[in-house]
Ligand binder design. Sequence first.
Ligand code: ADP
Ligand code: ASP
Ligand code: MG
Length: 411
Amino acid sequence: MGLVVQKYGGTSVGTVDRIKAVAERVCASQKRGDRIVVVVSAMAGETNRLFKLASELSEAPNARETDVLVATGEQVSAALLAIRLNSLGFPGASCLAHQLKLATDSNHGRAKIKSVEANRLSSAIKEGKIAVVAGYQGIDERGDITTLGRGASDLTAVALAAALKADLCEIYTDVDGVYTADPNIVPTARKLDRISYDEMLEMAGLGAKVLQLRSVELARRFNVPLVVRSSFGDGVGTWVGQEDATMEDVLVSGVTLDQNQAKVTIGGVEDRPGLAAKIFGPIADAGIIVDMIIQNASADGRTDMTFTVTRDDLKRALDIVKKIGGEIGIAGVRFEDPVAKVSIVGLGMRSHAGVAATMFRVLAEERINIEMIATSEIKVSVVVNSKYGELAMRALHDTFLGGANGAAETP
Ligand code: ADP
Ligand code: ASP
Ligand code: MG
C-alpha cells in the first residue's frame, strides 16, 4: 500500500468517455489499497483554444488576464473527473491552486513554484478522499492566478509527489512510455524500460515533450521516482530514476527533435573584448534564453555571431540585436525561422569517442548540411534546415538505435 500521485494529460481526459476511463482507473487503484492523489490537465486542445481566443482580441494579451483565462481548462477537467468519481460512489473532490496553496512567483505564463502546502491534501487522504488537483496553475503573493508554463501539469504532479513524500508519481499519457525517439515521428522507435533522470532531462530539454523539463528537474532534486505509462492500456511503462551501473552500457538512449527554434546571425561584429557581453547581456536581461552560440573566426577584425532562441522569443531577440547593432556598428542581422535541432542523448557517450563523428557522417550521407553543433557530456546536438529535421532524426535513430531490423551500429 503506497501513496501515489497520478497525473492524466490532455488526451487522457480529452472526452467524456476518456474521463470515465480515468475514473475507473483511479477507483481501481484506490480499491487495491493505494492512496491516490490525481492531477489533471485541460482536455486535449483546450489550452490552445483559450490562447487563440486571447490572441484574437489582442496582439499582446495581458499576461495576468491570460493566466486567468488559460487556467480554466484544468478547472473544468478536475471538476468533471470529481463528478464522475462521486457518481461511482468514490469521494472525489476537485482542488484548485488557491485551495492547495500552490504558491508561485508572479511571472505570469512561466511562474516558478515557491512552496506547496500539503496539509489539505494530507487531511483529504486521511479521510479517504480522492483529491483531483487542477494542474498547470498556481497562486502568487497577491492571490492572483498564475500558470507554470506549457506542459506543466507534469510539474504540478511532481511537486505534489515531493511535498507529500509520495512513493511514486505516475504520468499517464497517450504513449505507453518514453521511447528512443518520438514514436509519432519514428515508427521504429522502441519503448525504454528505464531511463536515468539525467538522460530524461537532456531529452526533455531537447524536445521530447513526453515529460516537461522542469518536472524532471524537480523529480531529480527530490528523488521522486516517475513512471510514464499509457492511460489507454495496462503496460508497465518507463521508469525514470537514479542512474545505475547497467545504464552506462547503453551508448545512445534517445534521439530528439526540436522544431521550435529560430536562428539569428549578426554579421560583421568587431572582434574585440566586451562585444559578446554587450549583445547577450540585454538579451538575458529580457529573460530570453539563448541556446546555442557560435562565433566564427574573424576576418579583417570582424566576425559573425550566430545563436538560437525559441521561436516565441525571436521577435524580441531581433529587436534587441538590431538596437545594439546600431550602437556598436555591425554589418547586418539575418535570421532563419524555424530551424530544427536534432540531438542524440546517452550516458554511454561519456566514455566513448567517435559518437559525434558517426552522427556527422550519417547526416552527410543524407546530404543534410549541419548549421551549428553543440555538445555536452551526454549529448550531441546539431541545427539543420527545418525541412530535414524528421529525416535526420530517422537516419540517426536507424544508425544508433537500430531501424526496422533492430541492428544498431556502434562507432
Ligand atoms: P500529455 O497531454 O499526456 O501531457 P504530451 O503530448 O505532452 O502528452 O506528451 C506525449 C507526446 O510526447 C507523445 O504523444 C509523443 O508524440 C511525444 N514524444 C516526444 N518524444 C517522445 C519520446 N521520446 N517518447 C515518447 N513520447 C514522445
Ligand atoms: N494544459 C496545459 C498545456 O496545454 C498544461 C498541460 O497540459 O500540462 O500546456
Ligand atoms: Mg505533456
